[in-house]
Design a binder for this molecule. Sequence first.
Ligand SMILES: [Zn+2]
Ligand SMILES: [Zn+2]
Length: 749
Amino acid sequence: MVRRRLTVWGVVQGVGFRPFVYQLAVRHGLTGYVGNDSAGVIVEVQGEAEQVERFVQDLSAHSPPLARVHRVESIERPAIPETVFTIRPSQTTTDRSSSIPADIATCADCLRELFDPTDRRYRYPFINCCHCGPRFTIIRSLPYDRPATTLAGFALCADCEREYHDPANRRFHAQPIACPACGPKVWLESDDATRIERDDAIRTAVRVLDGGGILAVKGIGGFHLACDATNACAVARLRERKGRMDKPFAVLVKDVDMAKRFAAINDDHAAVLTGPERPIVMLERHPGQGGVIDGVAPDLRTIGLMLPYSPLHHLLLGDRPLVMTSGNRSDEPIARDNTEARERLGELADAFLMHDRDIHSACDDSVIRVFAGREYPIRRSRGYAPLPVKLPRSGKSVLAVGGELKATLCVTSGDRAYLGQHLGDVESPDTLAALDRAAEHLLDLFRIAPDRIACDLHPGYLSADWAARFAERRGIPLVRIQHHHAHVASLLVDANVNGTPVLVACFDGTGYGTDGSIWGGEFFLADGDRIERVGHLKYVPLPGGDAAIRRPYRVALAHLCAAGLPWSDDLPCVAASPSAEQRVLRQQLQRNVNCVPTSSMGRLFDAVASLLGVRHVVNFEGQAAMELEALVDEVAESYPFATTGVDPLVLDPRPLLAAIVADLRTRVPVRLIASRFHVTIAEMIRDIAFRLNAPIVGLTGGVFQNVTLLNLVSHRLQADGRTALTHRQVPCNDGGLSLGQAVIAGGIR
Ligand SMILES: [Zn+2]
Ligand SMILES: [Zn+2]
């Protein structure tokens, strides 16, 4: 007779782990107990040595589908008189190294019950079990038990109680379980203040959608605005009301078959679409698009598709695709509670499908592209947050706040970095308030008292001001980290590279450089904890700095000027710029007044987009580059460029600009010019890698959301015998910045 005490670390709470352990122990004829602890799951088992051994093997090998066991610690204990195996109630301790599960899409078993007229949860929109349902969005504190969730106020009925306590049941200790008798309820509110309850609410909501109406739907992580994706008027009305000119909308489709009507889908795409995280997946659109109207994603070759992840989606969807966009006006955080939604979305929606299960943490949908057969995150939020990224070693505890756009938070503890949900662009008091709330919640959940706080070097970011106040209040050091250094560190941790020197191409729109200029076309050599800038795109004076970001024609004029090319009216970017503005720009450039030097690659993409007449004014960040990418469709030759300087190397785009202008004048098709431009950028990276003889080349920064470019670069690097390093767990854009800030500030690299 032996007794063993096991401590299991990882994502082991809220994923059916205790019931799994219980059933496993009973099967092996063992006695003892299992309990949640703030450290993870604690198991004590007692029985014959051979059975205990098998139990330990099975524990890791056959754990539930959503569990992620990081580590199991095992110690011998003296045997005690004991006859049964039990599940113990949770205890609270101060160690919070355990992970909180993310929100999980409705499982197949629950779905079957949802549409079974004989089931007591038939058409009940809050059906869930150990293997599915809301998690992070409803958790108020740890350990993860019902009283610590937003379901605390719903007392279980006798039937649910029985399921909850039956170790053989799929709902054994499933914290958010509910049924029509005891759980949350759904209702529909419309303009005339009528309130329709329960299933009638859902049926009426479907009629609102059928009639071309816009429906606000309370979901897992917040409110969505939904409308029929095949109804042009409805989509146009939604755009107008949301103040969102042409940013693409995501579309909710019933299943992979329906998705195939709209986009090209291979097995890798299907796997991501149907995964338990249920992100929005960016896919290549079919030319015909199967009836989804063009207004859903104007001028783009991709479309964002998502499969249903909450029971309510399944009940609403039927056989037509729905536009599903975050319930907010452009650039505001997603609306989270009912009162807030009525206030903020009142003018946008024709009716509200509400419910009384509170959302504790707002969480937008995640967005994923597929690159090289695997997930390539663009926005890491619902379904992924706050799952940790493993660090190469332990460092100081850090709270990192990211930059300005696409902000996320990161807190570290030991060798784990917990990344919070997407917060949006921290440019307004609303998003700053969301950041403040999310920071308090993350620190509280994981019981982390940070040793340091990290933010961007940019002097004008609201998040940096917030970080400075936080540092002062807590009496901890504030560490300001250069934007691209953070990107580089983020990539290296994400790709799990240690101890090998890596050349990193870091291309994005805007990052405040250590020399006070705006960087964004950078090459770094990362070796151990040293990050050295070894190359960059040649500086171009940009009149008005940030004012140029929304008006690519200004960037195009600046690049033409720098290349010594005249502003002739036959060039689309010149024709598109008001002549009064041209005069002012010319003066600014000639006198070098109010001009910020920039090495930004994002701005070079903007300049070329305007030069080609593709996009002169952008309505959302990255729009010009996305539309330029959409044009690339052929194998093309590189344009010339020059590499000068020694330390750092400088890539001079002037020959490139001159060649594009020459192509425009000889009426070379815009598609071919866009293709040649992309190839040229890939060749620039290849050239720097060759000159520095780098065996491993990392690719990070928002420009690499462009998967077309990513493919062109990685093929060239591989052909030269180099390894291309790309992101896997966090976005290459500023959504991944906080991770890099945290590891640098924590002294981990
Ligand atoms: Zn389920
Ligand atoms: Zn019940």
